[in-house]
Design a protein around this ligand. Structure first.
Ligand code: DLL
Length: 422
């Protein structure tokens, strides 16, 4: 679809969506009235900026039914965020919402080379989390043979993967790394027939991509999404692996300055904001994702015309402020992997005598393992120097033996902040 046709489609859908929420969701109506906007003021995407933003705190305030835009009788499913703090967010779906979501996931599988000849192993968690259900539905739409494994039970994952000759693996990147490590250790690596992986739901670096691609001899594709916008499939990578194409016929993307809320031009780094223009039961108008990234509208050589988003460079609320310096966990991961370390690490932040401390525990890969204290001290010194150059602050690095950090089957918990900041 040409950019002009897409813009016309987005405008038509936006106008309809704004009227739908205004008429059916008192919470939206009041927010719009407070800003002096009515559906009559919205004629197309050029008027998007007139609408108020929606944030996670609005979702918590409206929990559970306050943002539902369709009667309960038309809703067929809920999913929910894993929310570690505060109330969970509960999202509702009509059958049509499920269909469109699965279409988005089917596009992601197709972009990774999936067809009805493929065996798709879905090792994202099933249940309230959207990962399992989303890729499962997408795989059905493509007509692939779907293995609804859910996450965990690594031995059984590897058995099905080798016996059924799975060709596409869908899970979090941290679980993919764990599966790769386990396959090598248990000696079944050569029996694996995977050609591609569709990995997302958490931040992961290019270095981690190369590590997984090498270990499993696959092409690893990124996929992005969030529960509030249906789940995985909001954006996905094509064979170019240079940013994720946003499904713009369903989601309008904007980048804003997270402090001033000013809309920034494509190419500038800021907070990603989405407006869902086809979702019926739980529409999101100008939803602030807190994910920091850059939009790229340079045409892609794959032929898709939808804009691409960069890998999120961390969430605005994931950013650590350590001794006044902004630190993103992804910067630490880049340094560790560039220096030959494994992706199994933990970042521990604490405050002692009013000074923040940053400790990083990282596993030595098996081939670098040594019990020579001098060698360990030299390696730690090298990492401390590389981290200082990247972050501008000093961290303590502790090399630990292989397998000593707990593995993740879903989203990895990599940051432990023990400071009592609030
Ligand atoms: O993580 C949906 C999903 C499932 C996406 C499976 C991809 C694959 P939530 O649990 O609501 O939904 O978490 C959403 O996870 O705002 C990002 O901060 C982060 N996230 C999701 N995908 C990526 C990615 C699912 N590819 C939150 N890279 C989002 C980095 C990601 N972060």
């Amino acid at each position: 679809m040409s950019r002009e046709d897409l813009k016309a489609l987005q405008s038509e859908r936006l106008v309809k969506q704004v009227r739908h929420v205004y008429e059916n969701v008192p919470y939206y109506r009041e927010k719009m009235q407070a800003k002096g906007v009515t559906p009559d003021d919205i004629h197309g995407i050029e008027d998007l900026h007139k609408l108020p933003f929606l944030s996670k705190s609005d979702l918590r305030e409206a929990y559970p039914y306050g943002l539902m835009a369709k009667p309960l009788s038309e809703c067929v499913r809920i999913h929910s965020t894993s929310g570690t703090t505060g109330k969970r967010v509960v999202a509702f779906y009509t059958q049509n919402d499920i269909d469109l979501w699965e279409d988005c996931c089917a596009r992601a599988i197709t972009a990774a080379g999936g067809t009805n000849e493929d065996v798709v192993q879905v090792a994202y968690g099933y249940g309230l989390f959207t990962g399992g259900a989303g890729l499962h539905g997408g795989s059905h739409k493509v007509g692939s043979l779907t293995l609804p494994m859910s996450s965990g039970n690594t031995e059984r994952q590897l058995q099905f993967m080798t016996d059924l000759e799975s060709t596409i693996l869908c899970c979090t990147p941290s679980y993919a790394a764990y599966l790769a490590e386990s396959a090598i250790e248990s000696g079944v690596r050569d029996k694996i027939k995977l050609k591609a992986g569709i990995f997302g739901a958490e931040a992961w670096t290019e270095e981690m991509r190369h590590d997984i691609e090498d270990k499993l001899a696959i092409k690893a594709y990124d996929i992005y999404g969030l529960t509030e916008l249906s789940g995985p499939g909001v954006a996905f990578e094509c064979e170019e692996q240079k940013g994720m194409h946003i499904n713009e016929d369903h989601f309008i993307a904007e980048i804003i300055d997270p402090v001033t809320e000013e809309v920034l031009p494509h190419g500038e780094k800021g907070e990603l904001v989405f407006t869902s223009i086809t979702k019926e039961a739980f529409p999101m108008i100008r939803y602030r994702t807190r994910d920091i990234c850059v939009l790229n509208d340079v045409p892609c050589s794959c032929g898709r015309t939808h804009v691409r988003m960069s890998k999120p460079m961390g969430r605005s609320d994931d950013m650590l402020i350590i001794r006044g310096v902004n630190v993103f966990p992804s910067q630490i991961e880049t340094v560790l992997l560039n220096n030959g370390m494994s992706a199994n690490y933990q970042i521990i932040v604490d405050r002692k005598n009013n000074t923040d401390t940053l400790d990083i525990n990282v596993e030595m890969p098996a081939d670098m393992f040594t019990d020579s204290l001098t060698d360990i001290a030299n390696m730690e010194k090298k990492l401390i120097g590389a981290l200082r150059a990247m972050l501008g602050i000093t961290a303590k690095v502790h090399l630990v033996s292989p397998k000593s950090i707990t593995r993740s089957e879903g989203k990895a918990v990599r940051v432990i902040d023990n400071r009592k900041l609030y």
